[in-house]
Design a protein around this ligand. Structure first.
Ligand code: FMN
Length: 348
């Protein structure tokens, strides 16, 4: 039902500027997650049991997950699985709450099915998220699918103090999250992506692993990294015993964009797919089965997911296509995968 009304709903949502629409939708979802979730689960449905799988140390309900950035503060966690997502990633949160960059900072490009954003990790901080996660756990409303927490560096923290900043967030949320993602790949925090270099990255990952206990830790990379650099991160991740790698974040490139609004920030959605697909392959090849890879970037249909799973990804995530295709997308993709008999058992 939610999705039958999607063309009209989309017209209403797209009549607002991107961030206002985002905030109002999240406001609604956090105010009435039960009612809207009930309606959604009636019409969307969970992934078929054959699609469930073990991946990076957790049991996914299905291979298609919600990518980080949509629910940064984890205000609508119980709602996302009702859309049929197999797992959910909230964040990025930082050790210090911060407002992010001046608005406007999120731009829809409907002609290209793309988004440019320079949000700059606007978030209420990892402590506030920890309080929310604990309340969910204690009230028994924790979803049946895994919920990961994506952590990043606070803007006010100098780059050379980054390990401590990540450590603080990891300490707060590790025992509450089903997995942690270390985000060193947003283009919107000055210098952040330099932290993908081996030296700084090793210090950050070591600090996070020291706090993580049994909680799996993944690292998320930028598609703008050269293949050699991706291979180096894969080796480091294997050496340190990370649970997996997420490729990719948004790109600073504008390749494939036909309607360039001339705004700075990271590009996501359909134009990102060719680059993301290539970088995912680099990660898969470098890993050679040693490290689970989660594919993300421009995914909007089941054929892409099937392609990535066959190539060796353990799971995928999406964000931008949910905005353009509507809330029925994750369950539609899962249904199509089940129809194609792409089951957990078929996968590496
Ligand atoms: C508005 C917006 C905000 C985002 N914020 C985050 C974030 O906070 N942390 C993160 O790791 N990725 C963030 N991302 C990146 C997505 O998680 C994803 O990696 C990227 O958009 C590519 O996937 P997509 O093409 O399916 O959107 C954001 C993306 C968008 C569009």
């Amino acid at each position: 039902m939610l999705n039958l009304g999607w063309p009209l709903t989309r017209r209403v949502i797209f009549s607002m500027d991107a961030e206002t629409a985002h905030e109002r939708t999240l406001g609604l979802l956090s105010a009435a997650p039960g009612a809207l979730g009930g309606l959604a689960s009636l019409t969307m449905g969970k992934p078929a049991p054959s699609l469930a799988r073990d991946a990076f140390g957790v049991r996914l309900a299905g291979p298609v997950g919600l990518a980080a950035g949509l629910d940064k503060n984890g205000v609508a966690i119980p709602f996302w699985p009702t859309l049929g997502f197999g797992f959910v990633e909230v964040g990025t949160v930082t050790a210090h709450p911060q407002p992010g960059n001046p608005k406007p900072r999120m731009f829809r490009i409907p002609e290209d099915g793309a988004i440019i954003n320079r949000m700059g990790f606007n978030n209420g901080g990892s402590e506030a998220l920890a309080v929310r996660l604990r309340a969910l756990r204690e009230s028994g409303r924790w979803p049946t699918c895994p919920v990961g927490v994506n952590i990043g560096k606070s803007k006010i923290t100098p780059l050379d103090e980054a390990p401590e900043d990540y450590r603080i967030s990891a300490r707060r949320v590790a025992e509450l999250a089903d997995y942690l993602t270390v985000n060193v790949s947003s283009p919107n925090t000055p210098g952040l992506r330099e932290l993908q270099d081996r030296g700084p990255l090793e210090a950050i990952l070591t600090a996070v692993l020291a706090e993580a206990g049994d909680t799996p830790v993944l690292v998320k990379l930028a598609p703008d990294l050269e293949p050699e650099a991706i291979a180096e991160v894969v080796d480091l991740a294997v050496e340190l015993g990370l649970a997996g790698l997420i490729a990719t974040n948004t790109t600073i490139g504008r390749e494939g964009l036909t309607h360039d609004p001339g705004e700075s920030g990271g590009l996501s959605g359909r134009p990102l797919w060719p680059l993301a697909r290539q970088r995912i392959q680099v990660a898969l090849d470098a890993s050679a089965g040693r490290l689970p890879v989660v594919g993300v970037g421009g995914i909007h249909e089941a054929a892409q997911v099937a392609d990535l799973l066959r190539a060796g990804c353990v799971a995928v995530q999406l964000y931008s296509s949910l905005i353009f295709e509507g809330p029925g997308l994750p369950s539609r993709i899962h249904r199509e995968l089940a129809r194609r008999e792409i089951s957990g058992g078929d996968l590496p």
